[in-house]
Ligand binder design. Sequence first.
Ligand code: ZN
Length: 212
Amino acid sequence: MIDERTTRLEMSRLCKSLFDRGFSVGTAGNVSVRLPDGMLMTPTNVRLGDLEPERISKLDANGTHVGGDAPTKEVFLHQAMLDTLPEAGAVVHLHSTWATALSCLSDTNTDDCVPPLTPYVVMRVGPVKLLPYVKPGDPRMGDMIRALNGQFSAVLLGNHGPVVAGKTLASAVAAAEELEETCKLLIALRGLPMRMLSSDNVAELNATFGRI
Ligand code: ZN
């Protein structure tokens, strides 16, 4: 079991990495990690590049703020993902450009808005659900995620951005990066005759690798 201090340091390091590479700008984006006695969450109005480990918000298992700075106002979506995905250890929410661009398109399949273009999006992200727009911090965001009953480890919030869960913080970050790059490819290829992986290809990947 990794101790809380180590988790706080890893959150700061990986969030800074996301920020430094442009996956998050301004104070956009927030990250949560499950703990044995609750969860850690990035504070509200802080740049992901400037997280101070000891000021990261701590919430107990009921979602009550018990330490550090006040948590992100998007706390509902993190709680809903962690509650409905028991195997998930962390959740990354970004406003990264290409995934957010895809979340603004009106002609996507909302039940599978990121089709299997490459093996790594299948292996790391899986199917992605596009949810309707609600304002940031609206508790209905959590309700909509809970209604999915853990069927999706990644969702796109309409006109807002991606939310991606992973077994560990490192795998959630890697999945968020893979999703962003895949959305970039999908938009770059729009209007061109795309060849997706077949359902047999996807089944083979799922049988061989599961969700890494
Ligand atoms: Zn957001």
